[in-house]
Design a protein around this ligand. Structure first.
Ligand code: NAD
Length: 244
């Protein structure tokens, strides 16, 4: 039997990058994975690549009705959720002085509101012994110029996890955070504006940027019973970059 056989998982932002790699791994390990994203065509292709354990549902994580529809469907078909990887997110660069109201509204609605409602709306379906994993970032502690908006949303994610850990303990639900460093995904280029991956890699103690699969393996561990005594943690997966 595989590590996650019989588990029902939800992965948001699963059409690309870290979400896609994680959905692939969870499915390989035996979970049924509801893969959600706003990019419908890419999501369908992702589900085809992952194979029979993947069920694609178009969800805009910033839209609570979309989230409710997702869980209504899961309730009908599977009756429960065991793993949530609330991962969908965007990065917007803007130094203080150039932050717009639109940028603020966009980033908070996806990175914060989206995570809150992805977890809250699942509560009636979450099984005892379930595992919730939230994607934060190295930017949750480290001051990265132009990324104050992004860093603020990611710091909030750590706070949510700590509070929810306490609130959900009586139900046996664990809540953890994974905080990636620099991972080679479309976001690193389009969201954060990194052009030279090699140059960036040279500045990281381990000597390179990370791969999405290197986050997926940590999420899979946190999703599984192998991490049964870990809750409220913020696991830094960053190749040794100093956090402060
Ligand atoms: P990515 O751009 O490859 O993937 C993000 C996915 O989220 C995309 O498929 C996108 O369509 C989806 N998404 C965006 N808005 C959405 C919405 N409203 N509803 C549903 N889906 C939406 O980027 P990634 O690097 O894989 O990012 C995944 C997570 O990892 C994000 O939360 C990001 O902040 C975090 N992260 C990434 C890095 C990095 O270096 N790549 C570092 C730290 C944290």
């Amino acid at each position: 039997m595989s590590l996650l056989t019989g588990k029902v998982a939800v992965v948001t932002g699963a059409a690309s990058g870290i979400g896609l790699a994680t959905a692939k791994l969870l499915a390989t390990q035996g979970a049924t994975v509801f893969v959600t994203d706003i990019q419908e065509a890419k999501l369908k292709q992702a589900a085809l690549d992952i194979g029979k354990n993947a069920i694609p549902v178009r969800v805009d994580s910033s839209n609570v009705s979309d989230i409710r529809n997702l869980y209504a469907g899961i309730k009908k078909s599977h009756g429960r959720v065991d793993i949530i990887f609330a991962n969908a997110g965007v990065a917007i660069t803007a130094p203080l002085g150039e932050i717009t109201e639109d940028a603020y509204d966009k980033i908070t609605s996806i990175n914060l509101k989206g995570v809150i409602f992805t977890v809250q709306e699942a509560l009636p379906l979450l099984s005892n012994n379930s595992s919730v994993i939230l994607t934060s970032s190295i930017a949750n502690k480290k001051g990265l110029p132009t990324l104050s908006l992004y860093g603020a949303t990611k710091a909030a994610i750590r706070s949510l996890a700590r509070t929810w850990t306490a609130e959900l303990k009586s139900r046996g639900i664990r809540v953890n955070v994974v905080s990636p460093g620099y991972i080679e995904t479309p976001m690193l280029h389009t969201g954060v504006g990194i052009e030279d991956i090699k140059l960036l890699g040279d500045q990281i103690p381990i000597g390179r940027v990370g791969r999405p699969e290197e986050i997926a393996s940590v999420v899979s561990f946190l999703a599984s019973d192998a991490s049964s005594y870990i809750t409220g943690a913020d696991i830094q997966v960053n190749g040794g970059v100093a956090e402060i």
